[in-house]
Design a protein around this ligand. Structure first.
Ligand SMILES: Cc1cc2nc3c(=O)[nH]c(=O)nc-3n(C[C@H](O)[C@H](O)[C@H](O)COP(=O)(O)OP(=O)(O)OC[C@H]3O[C@@H](n4cnc5c(N)ncnc54)[C@H](O)[C@@H]3O)c2cc1C
Length: 450
């Protein structure tokens, strides 16, 4: 007990990522005293090792490509190359600013943050091991576990963080490798393949299933494959990684998914059931211990920052007596390559009306010189309700939630097309795809009479 202090709190949150800080803030907004334990960095994977740094690199690759187009716009700017260390400096500044933002929100709600590693000693009793060797034992009325996830390795292939690296290592490279083999053609693998190829690496992407993005529908897999091959990425699909590829690559990035951080939490002592896949909860995010909740990647379900945030808010509310659930019926998904590919709701076109509009006919796409892509809206043949949609093109990540909101609110295509969409805007393509659903789009030529 030497060097151990004790304290009590209403709500204790383990993990300061998207799920954890959201849970902590919501619980504090509802009047609870909250302690948040984070062993590494506030902001978790999303801000420090995931969404933000990866999309910064994606944006940098897009800028690099746009810079080469400047001359077409009469901007006679000479491109003198790509200074990767400077790019990294800017990336770190962006991350720092965002992390400071989250810290200040936590402080503003009076949340006590403690840097240290948390583990259960008993149900609702947590020990925090701090970096200086001291320990704090905390008794909490409610506990929320938001310990996140870590990169998963390939059996038989050790991540040595030198030649064999994970996504966290890839985001801290000091220079662009000459050649990079990426194992795993999921969302993370395809975006790393895109930007490292634009930055000048010889990239090979390997997916053991029959196509990249194996869990998306074929339209996206083949679109992304075309875009990557256009950038010079070699894509291999199906089977085992050939040994020669492993030998020849300067770096091998293993990007085959994530595993929940459950090992060091002492979950058994906390009375919490779990499996290798993640912590078990009911629909209210309550674990098998009635006063303990769990949210985010540690559940091993979606591995997305926005579902983690929604679950964090829900867990924070339920820890204070609410009975809320998260609606997973319509999760927008976005993939990043030379453009963005976004989908929501149903993908199967059988039994649905399909409206489609090409970005080639959209004014902003022309102004920007980014004419790749389309909007597709699926509606139910009988009710006319919107049931799914896809958007391929720049800013698809900003636009897709319009379709998710329409689906969740049970809107028909005619409700959508009654709206006025600003002109010129990329969103107009949503309106036009809606009009095309009834074959009434004024910007689409009449089909030839047979
Ligand atoms: C390269 C990459 C790109 C991504 N891009 C996107 C994207 O564009 N959009 C998107 O939605 N998602 C993206 N994700 C996924 C997203 O980052 C995660 O889904 C999200 O961060 C999960 O949030 P979380 O709070 O559940 O977990 P985390 O963010 O992992 O936070 C968990 C925190 O708990 C801490 N912790 C763990 N154990 C303990 C302990 N015992 N004691 C104290 N603290 C502990 C960890 O240090 C960590 O900070 C990406 C991920 C990666 C790797």
């Amino acid at each position: 007990m030497e060097n151990t202090t004790t304290k009590k709190t209403d709500v204790l949150v383990i993990g300061g990522g998207s799920a954890g800080y959201s849970a902590a803030i919501r619980a504090a907004q509802m009047g609870a005293g909250v302690v948040l334990i984070e062993k590494d960095k506030i902001g978790g994977t999303c801000l420090n090792y995931g969404c933000v740094p990866s999309k910064f690199l994606w944006h940098s690759a897009k800028l690099l490509k746009e810079a080469k187009k400047m001359v077409e716009y009469g901007l006679n700017i000479e491109l003198k190359g790509f200074d990767f260390p400077k790019n990294t400096e800017k990336r770190n500044r962006v991350i720092d600013t965002l992390v400071r933002g989250i810290r200040s929100v936590l402080d503003s709600w009076g949340i006590e943050t403690i840097k240290g590693s948390a583990r259960f000693l008993a149900p609702k009793q947590i020990e925090v091991a701090k970096d200086d060797g001291s320990k704090i034992r905390i008794d909490a009325s409610k506990v929320i576990i938001a310990a996140g996830s870590s990169p998963r390795g390939v059996p038989g292939l050790e991540i040595d963080h030198k030649k064999f690296i994970d996504s966290t290592d890839a985001l801290s490279l000091k220079e662009i490798p000459k050649s990079l083999l990426i194992i795993g053609g999921g969302s993370i693998g395809v975006e790393f393949a895109y930007y490292f190829s634009v930055f000048g690496a010889r990239v090979t992407l390997f997916e053991c299933e029959k196509c990249i993005l194996p869990r998306e529908d074929n339209e996206f897999s083949s679109e992304i494959k075309k875009m990557l091959e256009f950038e010079g990425v070699k894509v291999f699909e199906g089977g085992d990684v050939p040994g020669t590829l492993l030998e020849q690559a300067e770096l091998v990035l293993v990007a085959i998914g994530r595993k929940p951080n459950i090992e060091s939490l002492g979950l058994k002592a906390g009375g919490i059931e779990f499996s290798k896949a993640g912590i078990k909860t009911d629909a209210f995010l309550k674990t098998t211990e009635p006063d303990t909740f769990a949210c985010g990647d540690v559940l091993g379900k979606w591995n997305l920052a926005y579902t983690a945030q929604a679950e964090g808010v829900c867990a924070g509310e339920n820890a204070l007596g609410k009975k809320n659930t998260v609606d997973y019926s319509c999760i927008p998904k976005v993939y990043f390559s030379d453009t963005m590919l976004a989908s929501t709701g149903a993908c199967a076109e059988e039994g649905a009306s399909v409206g489609r509009y090409t970005m080639m006919a959209n004014s902003v796409a022309h102004i920007r010189g980014e004419k790749k892509g389309f909007v597709k809206i699926l509606s139910d043949n009988y009710t006319g309700r919107i049931i799914g949609g896809k958007i391929v093109g720049s800013n698809a990540s900003d636009m897709i939630s319009q379709l998710s909101a329409a689906i969740k609110n049970k809107l028909c295509v005619s409700d959508l097309t009654r709206e006025l969409f600003f002109h010129p805007s990329l969103s107009e393509a949503i309106f036009e795809a809606g009009e095309d659903n009834h074959k009434k789009c004024v910007h689409t030529p009449r089909e030839k009479l047979k």
